[in-house]
Design a binder for this molecule. Structure first.
Ligand SMILES: [Zn+2]
Length: 240
């Protein structure tokens, strides 16, 4: 039997002041009908769901399967409650979090790591090996790229920082880009060069991302793209 694992776009904001976009209003978090048979029950448990903690100029994300979750990035200092609300929007709480993955060591992505780990007591924490020095958290598992965490592939995307990681769910077609690329005006752009440790390396990383297939793209900075996002990245890569 073919595995059917559609992405449920439960994109929600933890910022009450955030304006609900047209996209949000047409894509409400779906309510599941009772499973008609055992196969349906199995496949619905595997579906990836996600929620965005919109922290203003930066976002963190909760990715969930069944009753388990991974958090990707933790926002600036003081973001743990907002991330907790995002967990709640998926029917989960911090005790359901198995993994906390930091895309890189900047303070707007790793700022709340201590507070998040204090709540997510069952979680293992990961970040790129070359970025570990800039993260005030112990223990933390170093990544080099290629690892499987929670069914996601870790993609080494150095440039913005030396140890930058992107996170992709191949079956759901979802990429969390961190700051490897930025979202702007419904498309993708290179981030501002002044924020990048190595611009040439960053461009090579964008070209690597352009070889992947994904529909949904979640940024550290910018509005999520939820349809054919890989073509936008390929178009950007072709200009580099
Ligand atoms: Zn950054």
């Amino acid at each position: 039997m073919a595995v059917f694992a559609p992405l449920i776009a439960a994109c929600s904001s933890s910022d009450p002041s955030d304006v609900v976009t047209a996209d949000d209003s047409t894509s409400p978090a779906p309510t599941k009908a009772p499973a008609a048979d055992a196969d349906a029950a199995v496949s619905s448990g595997d579906e990836l769901r996600w929620a965005r903690a919109n922290l203003g100029f930066v976002s963190a994300y909760v990715l969930a399967r069944g009753n388990s979750a991974a958090i990707v990035d933790t926002g600036v200092d003081g973001s743990a409650a907002a991330i907790g609300q995002s967990l709640g929007s998926l029917g989960l709480n911090y005790s359901d979090v198995e993994h906390v993955i930091l895309t890189h060591n900047h303070a707007d992505h790793a700022g709340s790591i201590g507070a998040v780990v204090a709540e997510a007591i069952n979680a293992t924490v990961y970040a790129g090996e070359a970025d570990l020095g800039g993260i005030d958290q112990n223990p933390i598992t170093g990544l080099r790229g290629g690892e499987d965490v929670f069914g996601f592939e870790m993609i080494a995307t150095p440039g913005h920082t030396a140890g930058h990681m992107c996170v992709i769910d191949h079956s759901a077609g979802l990429l969390v880009a961190g700051d490897a690329i930025f979202g702007e005006a419904g498309g993708v752009i290179e981030g501002p060069e002044r924020f990048f440790a190595d611009v040439d390396q960053s461009r090579e990383s964008i070209k690597r991302l352009a070889e992947l297939s994904f529909n949904t793209l979640l940024f550290g900075h910018g509005e999520p793209i939820e349809d054919r996002a890989d073509s936008a990245v390929a178009a950007l890569a072709a200009t580099l």
